[in-house]
Design a binder for this molecule. Structure first.
Ligand code: MLT
Length: 322
C-alpha cells in the first residue's frame, strides 16, 4: 500500500512539473471582478494584450461582477491551481472586501500573489450641474443638500466605496451610496447627471474631465498627476491629508506551481516595462510600481500591510451588506 501511495505522489509531482514546463498550452483567463468599460477592465486589457506576446497564448478577460468584486475573486479562488485562471484585483477586492463580507475564502491564504500593478490616486468628480468651481464650493454645496448627496460606487468594499467612506470621515458629509457593477457604469450615470459625485480612480474619470463632461476638484495625493496637471491636490484644494492610492495586482489560486507564477510575473513585468504600454497607462494617470516592488513576495507583503492599514477604518464604518 505504501509503495502505491508513493507511486501516486511521484506521478502527481511529475504531472505538475510537466504541466509547469508546458504551460501555457491554451488561452489564460483573467477574471476582472467589475464591469467592462471601467478602470480595472481597462488596465487588465492593456496589460493582457502585451502579456500575450510573452506567453504565446491569448489572455481572455472575463468580467465576473457583484458584491464589490468579491463574486469575481471567489470565482478565481475556486479555479484549478493550473495557471489558467488569474485574479485581477486591487485595494478594494483584495483588502477591503475581507473587512466587510463573509467571503467564504481567505484573501491571503487562498491566493498566491503574482505581481503589483500600476496605481493611481482617486479623483473627486461631480456631475456638471453642480454649481461649484472649487473643492471648497463643492463641499459647501454637498452640505447644503436637503438629503445626503448621491455617490456612485462599484459596490460595498470597492475602491470607490472605500474612498467614499474616507471622504465622509474627512469632510463630515454623509453620502448616499449608489452601487453599480463597476465604475464604468457609474461614470455613465455621472455624465448623465443621475448621481452627484464619485470619488473615482483617476484613470476612470480623467477622459470625461478632459472632455468637459464632468467636473474635477482634486486628486487624493500630495502631488498633482503629471497627465492631469490642471487638477489640484487635496492638500491645495481644502481637504489636506485625504491621501489614497488605488493600487492593483494579479493573484492566482493557492497551490499554483511556482514556475507558472514566475512566468506570469515576468510577462506582466515586461508589459509594464514596454514604453507604449507605459504611455497608455500614464496618460490615464496611472503610475508604474517601483522596480523593487515587482516580485510576488512584494505584492504579498504589500497586501498584508494594506490590510493592517485599512481594516480598522472600514470596520469602524460598520458597513451593512445583505
Ligand atoms: C472600484 O471602484 O473598485 C473600481 O474602480 C471599479 C472598477 O474597476 O470598475
Amino acid at each position: 500500500m505504501r509503495k502505491l501511495v508513493l507511486a501516486v505522489l511521484a506521478m502527481l509531482a511529475f504531472t505538475r512539473t510537466v504541466s509547469a514546463e508546458t504551460w501555457p498550452a491554451h488561452p489564460i483567463t483573467i477574471v476582472v471582478p467589475f464591469a467592462a468599460g471601467g478602470p480595472s477592465d481597462a488596465m487588465a486589457r492593456i496589460l493582457g494584450e502585451h502579456m500575450k506576446q510573452s506567453l504565446g497564448e491569448v489572455l481572455l478577460i472575463e468580467n465576473v461582477t457583484g458584491a464589490g468584486g468579491s463574486i469575481g475573486v471567489g470565482r478565481a479562488v475556486r479555479a484549478a491551481p493550473d495557471g489558467y485562471t488569474v485574479s485581477f484585483g486591487h485595494l478594494g477586492t483584495h483588502v477591503a472586501n475581507g473587512a466587510i463580507y463573509k467571503l467564504g475564502y481567505d484573501l491571503v491564504t487562498d491566493l498566491e500573489p503574482v505581481v503589483l500593478l500600476p496605481s493611481n490616486p482617486m479623483i473627486i468628480v461631480s456631475k456638471n450641474a453642480v454649481p461649484a468651481k472649487s473643492l471648497k464650493e463643492l463641499l459647501a454645496w454637498l452640505k447644503s443638500r436637503p438629503e445626503p448627496p448621491t455617490a456612485g460606487t462599484a459596490g460595498a468594499g470597492s475602491g470607490s466605496h472605500i474612498a467614499g467612506l474616507y471622504f465622509e470621515n474627512v469632510s463630515g458629509i454623509k453620502l448616499q451610496y449608489v452601487p453599480y457593477r463597476g465604475t464604468g457604469p457609474a461614470l455613465n450615470d455621472l455624465v448623465a447627471g443621475q448621481i452627484d459625485i464619485i470619488v473615482d480612480q483617476t484613470s476612470n474619470s480623467i477622459n470625461q474631465v478632459r472632455g468637459g463632461n464632468i467636473r474635477a476638484y482634486a486628486v487624493t495625493d500630495s502631488k498633482r498627476v503629471p497627465n492631469a496637471p490642471e487638477v489640484p491636490t487635496v492638500d491645495e484644494a481644502g481637504l489636506p491629508g485625504f491621501h489614497m492610492t488605488l493600487w492593483s495586482g494579479l493573484w492566482v489560486p493557492k497551490g499554483t506551481p511556482k514556475e507558472i507564477v514566475a512566468k506570469l510575473n515576468a510577462a506582466a513585468v515586461a508589459a509594464m516595462a514596454d514604453p507604449a504600454v507605459q504611455k497608455q497607462l500614464e496618460n490615464l494617470g496611472l503610475q508604474m510600481p517601483p522596480k523593487d516592488q515587482l516580485t510576488p513576495e512584494a505584492l504579498g507583503a504589500w497586501q498584508k500591510a494594506e490590510i493592517a492599514k485599512w481594516w480598522p477604518m472600514i470596520k469602524a464604518a460598520n458597513v451593512k451588506v445583505d
